[in-house]
Design a binder for this molecule. Structure first.
Ligand SMILES: [Zn+2]
Length: 361
């Protein structure tokens, strides 16, 4: 096949022939080829692995939404005033930006301009020194699911915020309205923009929720343990499919990973085998179907919420992986108090821990 190198080497000639190519920075063109190469490499890998291949899609004008630059000015960012700055983008010039946090010290690797429904965004990749690894003293086991979003080995729940539902209803209304508009008309385009903005809003809400939840988890322990779930396999299971992709578990795991990497903390992935069937008190296997929400052990008499039991098993597996002493933290009063009112902000059960969303009870 044609390699990235051959195509990239053909670029200078192409730029001499075409005014359109000449008007673009060579970084952007090379990056387009890099993305193309990556798409095909992944495609070939999937074919080889026997997965669903999914042929790479042609990214036309309407689907190509970002440009990456790597040859950047030494003085890339010039602050104008608080939160306002000017960046120098090759071939484009000075662009005024609003930035929401100070940049860390380090070597600037590249810069990407993204077009989203709500406007243009700049992201800057900076190479920083690895943080000092924090020694693990406390491990938090986490079981993820549909509702609640997750349960920790301490028996705490984090529910999906209610505003997700509201946004999804809004999206449904907007999409139905779009389907009634005549394709290509001015009103159709307007409505399509509206739908795109709602999509973006939902993505931001979800990301915000994930970041706050990840932050809350790492406040409780230096190590967070999760199941090493293959999302694709779970989506094949029809009972779980909507829930898993809905809750964006894959995204959440990425955020946990980045959070851990940034702060020198540890994210451990354990084998998901038997995490929900095993008794966290006596290690015997207690088979139960998905609909059974309570773990009731006939061997040691432990009665505990199903997800809480799984979270404890995940924690134990992670501690064992580290070669540490397995501490059983099975609570003395295992049955959760279901009469308590959930938190008004995040929907989590009332506890003495702060609300993961930072507000409410
Ligand atoms: Zn037991």
């Amino acid at each position: 096949s044609i390699s990235w190198m051959i195509q990239a080497n053909a670029l200078p000639e192409l730029r001499q022939e075409s005014a359109q190519f000449a008007s673009m920075h060579s970084d952007v063109l090379q990056d387009a080829l890099r993305r193309l190469n990556k798409a095909y490499q992944s495609f070939f890998r999937r074919v080889k692995a026997g997965d669903e291949p999914g042929f790479p899609r042609f990214k036309g004008e309407g689907r190509y939404r970002s440009m990456t630059f790597s040859h950047l000015s030494k003085q890339l960012i010039r602050t104008i005033r608080k939160r306002m700055a000017r960046i120098v983008v090759p071939k484009i010039g000075h662009i005024a930006i609003r930035y929401h946090r100070p940049l860390p010290d380090g070597k600037i690797k590249h810069l990407t301009l993204h077009r989203k429904a709500s406007g243009w965004y700049v992201s800057i990749v900076i190479e920083i020194i690895d943080p000092v690894e924090v020694p693990v003293k406390t491990t938090i086991g986490v079981d993820v699911g549909l509702e609640p979003f997750l349960t920790t080995s301490d028996g705490e729940n984090v529910s999906n915020p209610r505003h997700f539902r509201e946004s999804e209803n809004k999206l449904g209304v907007a999409q139905r309205r779009l389907s009634r508009r005549k394709k290509g008309s001015r009103r159709y385009k307007k409505q399509r923009e509206h739908v795109a903005k709602i999509h973006e809003h939902i993505a931001k809400q979800r990301q915000d929720f994930h970041y706050k939840t990840a932050h809350w988890l790492f406040l409780q322990g230096e190590e967070v343990a999760v199941e090493n779930l293959k999302i694709k396999n779970m989506v094949k299971n029809h009972y779980l499919s909507k829930s898993i992709s809905d809750a964006g578990w894959g995204r959440f795991r990425l955020i946990l990973q980045s959070k851990a990497a940034n702060a020198g903390l540890t994210l451990t992935q354990v084998n998901p085998k038997h995490t929900s069937q095993k008794c966290s008190g006596c290690d015997s296997i207690v088979p139960k179907s998905l609909s059974v929400r309570t773990h009731d052990c006939p061997h040691c008499g432990l009665v505990i919420d199903r997800d809480h039991n799984a979270a404890i098993n995940i924690k134990k597996a992670a501690v064992a992986l580290r070669g540490g002493v397995v501490v059983t933290n099975t609570p003395e009063t295992p049955e959760r108090d279901r009469s308590a009112e959930p938190c008004k902000t995040c929907g989590a059960a009332v506890s003495n821990k702060p609300c993961p969303l930072g507000q409410g009870n």
